[in-house]
Design a protein around this ligand. Structure first.
Ligand code: HEM
Length: 296
């Protein structure tokens, strides 16, 4: 026999705010996460135009003020928010009262599966290229020894190409890119349902075609970008290093960059060369009487 006291049913925070939470989840998938992904893949694909174009684009991104604040505020936190709510929805912690009927069970299942794969991909990918955090003790003490933080913005082309040169990473990136693209393209379709944008069967068929074309185009951009780095010949990589060095030196000469603050964004070997050169210059500038104390 039940001993539960009669009274209003206790509902969780998630259940009480289901309407708002579902809409925030839907919106965050499109803006900023989806929008970021489109811009990011187009930026990466600019390597196909020329390595110098990609390097220039990376300089533009890295000249933004308060970059870590932008990264966390507009990219990492929204991705975490979207992913955590997605997991709660999949685990059934959010009631299903407002769910719509999917035209395809396969798409419904794939949307959830690709969401999980995309999240794992993004976590590993951001560690692999960026290292998650930028402070030197983490970068040199943890991320780099574990194979992360491979991308160095002022040697953008050569370090991205080196990071994507192994077959294991290439397969991982193909699966990750296709999962992210499917999740976004199908997510735009479900966004239109959640927000009541395509309601009639005819409008939904039209939206399916539009999302399919978008997904195919974005897959081509993403895989093209991957191929641009992964299949870059050794000669072209060597040319890219020369271009990167010339661009860096011209920014130092024009005082756009301060070598003391900029060098850590170069490849490890270049950074070590900069430090050795700085030590030599400092020694050369030290007056002789400071180096050797005067004899009595
Ligand atoms: C062609 C495949 C891709 C390549 C070559 C690539 C390359 C890169 C590189 C070089 C960085 C480091 C940027 C920096 O530190 O300045 C990065 C960061 C990142 N990537 Fe990708 N990426 C690819 C696909 C994707 C996909 C499909 C997503 C899914 C959303 C994604 C999400 C991110 C995120 C969230 C960051 C961290 C943002 C940041 O560094 O500010 N990437 N990627």
């Amino acid at each position: 026999m039940s001993t539960a006291a009669a009274g209003p049913p206790s509902t969780s925070f998630l259940a009480r705010n289901e309407f708002l939470i579902r809409r925030l989840h839907s919106l965050s998938g499109l803006i900023p996460v989806g929008a970021y992904m489109v811009v990011h893949l187009l930026t990466n694909a600019s390597v196909l135009e020329s390595p110098a174009t990609f390097q220039r684009n990376v300089y533009t991104i890295h000249s933004l003020p308060l970059l870590p604040v932008i990264e966390w505020g507009f990219i990492f936190i929204p991705i975490l928010f979207h992913a955590i709510l997605g997991v709660l929805i999949i685990r059934g912690s959010l009631p299903n009262s407002s769910t719509y009927k999917y035209t395809s069970n396969v798409r419904y299942t794939l949307q959830r599966a690709t969401g999980m794969i995309a999240f794992v991909f993004i976590v590993v990918h951001v560690f692999h290229m960026h290292g998650w955090f930028h402070f030197p003790a983490w970068q040199h003490g943890v991320a780099e020894p574990l194979g992360g933080a491979q991308f160095k913005p002022y040697n953008a082309v050569s370090t991205a190409a080196a990071a994507l040169s192994s077959i294991g990473y290439q397969i991982f990136y193909v699966v990750g890119i296709l999962s992210c693209v499917f999740h976004l393209a199908n997510g735009i379709w479900t966004f239109g349902i959640t927000w009541g944008i395509w309601v009639t069967p005819a409008a939904q068929r039209w939206a399916t075609t539009a999302c399919l074309i978008f997904g195919l185009a974005l897959s081509a951009v993403g895989l093209g970008a991957l191929g641009g780095f992964a299949f870059m010949s050794k000669d072209r990589q060597a040319e890219a290093v020369k271009m990167e060095d010339a661009m860096y030196q011209s920014k130092i000469a024009s005082q756009e960059l301060d070598p003391a603050k900029a060098s850590h964004k170069r490849a490890e070997t270049k950074h070590a060369e900069d430090e050795a050169a700085a030590t030599e210059t400092a020694q050369a500038e030290t007056p002789a009487d400071e180096e050797a104390p005067a004899q009595e």
